[in-house]
Design a protein around this ligand. Structure first.
Ligand SMILES: [Mg+2]
Length: 223
């Protein structure tokens, strides 16, 4: 079955889009027919536009991001403000249709794992999407003091079968604090070291290349 990687995070604004674009660029450079989606955006479509520019026209903006809402709130609330709603089945159907067209799909969630995305009677979040798609979860987190707690909470919220396939990506801060050098090692006492990827500080405006990029992409792809 074709792989779907689902990029989630311990919080909003932790680097999901950067990681999504980086992973995508790395895969496409390897000749993998991969695309990335940001199915749901709230507070503008900035992330979807960033992905759009990273994939060189392989998809239209509306294919990358079918649902978007103006208010910078959790998508469930942002949609309510516009008297709209999204259902889990619709989102899953869109992603599955896209999966047929490409070898590998990267899906960026909105907010963190349990951020309310949509629904009416049955509300749903990124965890429900990951489960429905049987996707590989990638948990992005800022490498700063407190991150071990946030990562473990997020991993704990995943069903066991999905947790065992998860990867954790620690993103370097602009100004690393004194915990940055040891967070990865501490986390490895609770989660397999080979599933933890540490990335340097990255900027989307520059090239996506960085030292160790090939190794990082390989670590994301490995079973
Ligand atoms: Mg983002």
């Amino acid at each position: 079955m074709k792989q779907v990687y689902f990029i989630t995070g311990t919080d909003t604004g932790v680097g999901k889009t950067v990681l999504t674009c980086l992973f995508l660029k790395g895969l496409r450079a390897r000749g993998v027919n991969a695309v990335a989606l940001k199915p749901i955006c709230s507070g503008g479509r900035g992330d979807a536009r960033t992905i759009f520019s990273a994939i060189n026209g392989a998809l239209a903006l509306d294919e990358i991001n079918p649902w978007y809402f103006r208010a910078p709130l959790a998508p469930l609330l942002a949609a309510r403000e516009e008297n709209r709603k999204i259902e889990l089945a619709q989102v899953v159907a869109r992603i599955r249709a896209m999966r047929k067209r490409f070898d590998l799909l990267i899906v960026e969630g909105a907010g963190g794992l349990l951020s309310p995305l949509g629904g009416n009677a049955a509300e749903f979040n990124s965890r429900d999407l990951i489960s429905a798609l049987r996707a590989k979860p990638v948990v992005v987190a800022p490498n700063r003091l407190g991150v071990v707690n946030h990562v473990l909470l997020t991993l704990d919220a995943l069903p066991k079968n999905l947790r065992s396939r998860a990867k954790v990506v620690l993103m370097a801060a602009r100004k690393p604090d004194s915990s940055a050098a040891t967070n990865g090692k501490l986390l490895a006492e609770f989660f397999p070291l080979e599933r933890i990827i540490l990335l340097p500080r990255l900027k989307l405006t520059r090239t996506f290349q960085f030292p160790g990029m090939t190794r990082s992409i390989g670590a994301l792809l490995s079973e």
